[in-house]
Design a binder for this molecule. Structure first.
Ligand code: UDP
Length: 479
């Protein structure tokens, strides 16, 4: 372990496991080191860490001053099993792994601040014991942050299940949330997943400040609401600091990435649809088959990061990101790979997403609408087909399609269990060659520009981090 006592300005960052959490907290840490001269201890929960997570955190390109500290793996073998819902399992892993948090922070030489992920609220207790201010990096959208701040009120006032509400949820100052878009974790208030989830999110107002991975031009309505609507003042919402988009910048390329990027070089600008369903997303066997047929019928160019289908869950690879590499011919429709040769490429399991999104030939992104993927797409000016699968992705998809105007949502026909091939063909054509697709691309390109401006010196996402960094520097060294 690297002792940080010798560093003048030291902060600790604590993400929960999962690429969607690790990536933005790592980018924030890099900024603190490179732009503000901090020493950052990045506390990595190693229990059940995926291969992709390990590669990212042990990449030689991390700046000096950013130290990844692997927390001792906790033995959770008797506490978790494959049947547990994702957040319940994650909650147990975090709880067990953080039993050492206090001693680790003392050993490191107490940092000036601790920045925790939404699901690491054990950090609030340790912060209190050690007199260290604790900030939350809220990794989803600002709209979802407003929803989360409203959630304890809903929990108190609503009897029965939220999904049975007759009207959309009216989040103060924000757009209403349709019950069918509510996140999975709150659809059944009687299960353990809800208990773990709510146990963390109810503590959001204990933070000294909330960092948001968003920016003023992307989410003006929720940001204004959180700052100005009396509801948020009444519940003592801490100051919010929009700092985004903080997205992955550099990532190691695999041999397959390099080959696919070379193929992309040969394609016309904005002509290829890139398809990835996040780090953990999987389709059912029936949906995968329809999807493949729809894509083939569309006759559009594509790169598809494909995973073995699972019928039990839509987040089949969450705990094994990038680990299950197999031959897609075993589960794609017979002859698909051969028939689409020259038009599309199939990549098993994982690709370095940002490298593909930033390529000029990529003209569309079919995404599960995880918040990081959404930000990455907008940052590179790429419009989306929204294919939400789990967590708060349905809310993100609706917002991107209906409020931001950079995505189209395929429609599942009445009484159907999957989105059929004709609908897939329709949305792929609409995005890649239709007028609506052009309008979404132009909106995405405008937001791309505003994202760059937000992060530049003096931009709306640059100032908040500079302000907090200064406050931390002015704090006396912890005793
Ligand atoms: N990602 C990637 N390659 C893949 C799948 C995912 O690089 O094949 C990255 C993606 O760029 C993003 C993160 O993994 O930074 C996924 O985060 P997101 O919030 O979009 O979704 P989650 O995986 O947490 O559901």
């Amino acid at each position: 372990m690297v002792l940080a006592e010798s560093y003048e300005h030291h902060v600790a960052v604590l993400p929960s496991p999962g690429m969607g959490h690790i990536v933005p907290l790592l980018e924030l840490s890099k900024r603190l080191v490179v732009h503000h001269g901090f020493h950052v201890s990045f506390l990595n929960i190693t229990t059940e860490a995926s291969p992709a997570q390990t590669d990212l955190l042990h990449s030689p390109s991390l700046p000096l001053g950013l130290h990844v500290i692997d927390l001792p793996p906790a033995d959770v073998s008797s506490l978790v099993n494959e049947e547990m819902l994702v957040l319940h399992r994650l909650g147990v892993i975090v709880e067990e792994s953080l039993r050492c948090l206090k001693s680790v922070l003392i050993q490191l030489g107490k940092p000036k601040a601790l920045i925790i992920d939404l699901f690491c609220t054990q950090g609030f207790d340790v912060g209190k014991q050690l007199s260290i201010p604790v900030y939350t990096f809220f990794t989803p959208s600002a709209a979802f942050c407003a929803f989360t701040l409203y959630h304890p009120t809903m929990d108190r006032e609503v009897e029965g299940e939220f999904i049975d509400l007759l009207e959309p949820v009216q989040v103060p100052g924000c757009f209403p949330v349709r019950t069918e878009d509510l996140l999975d974790q709150i659809r059944n208030r009687k299960n353990d997943e809800y208990r773990y989830y709510f146990g963390h999110v109810r503590r959001l107002c204990e933070a000294a400040g909330i960092f948001l991975n968003s920016w003023e031009d992307l989410e003006p309505v929720p940001l204004k609401a959180i700052r100005e609507n009396p509801f948020y003042q009444k519940i003592s919402t801490p100051p919010v600091y929009p700092m985004g988009p903080l997205i992955k910048e550099h990532e190691p390329l695999t041999k397959i990435d390099v080959e696919c990027l070379a193929w992309l070089d040969e394609q016309p600008p904005d002509s290829v649809l890139f398809i990835v369903l996040g780090s953990g997303g999987t389709l059912s066997s029936q949906q995968l088959t329809e999807f493949a047929w729809g894509l083939e019928l569309s006759q559009q160019r594509f790169i598809w990061v494909v995973r073995k289908p699972t019928d039990a869950t839509a987040s089949g690879t969450f705990f094994n990101v990038g680990g299950d590499v197999n031959d897609p011919r075993a589960y794609l429709p017979e002859g698909f790979v051969e028939r689409t040769r020259g038009v599309g490429l199939v990549v098993p399991s994982w690709a370095s997403q940002v490298a593909f999104l930033r390529h000029p030939s990529t003209g569309g992104f079919l995404s599960h609408c995880g918040w990081n993927s959404s930000l990455e797409s907008i940052t590179y000016g790429v419009p989306m087909i929204a294919w939400p699968l789990y967590a708060e992705q349905r809310m993100n998809a609706t917002m991107l399609a209906e409020e931001v105007g950079v995505a189209v949502k395929p429609v599942k026909g009445n009484g159907k269990t999957v989105i059929d091939r004709e609908e897939i063909e329709r949305v792929v054509r609409l995005l890649m060659e239709g007028e609506q697709g052009k309008a979404m691309r132009s909106k995405a390109k405008k937001l791309q520009e505003s994202a760059t401006n937000a992060l530049n010196t003096g931009g709306s996402s640059c100032d908040p981090l500079s302000r907090v960094a200064k406050q931390w520097k002015d704090l006396p060294a912890p005793m």
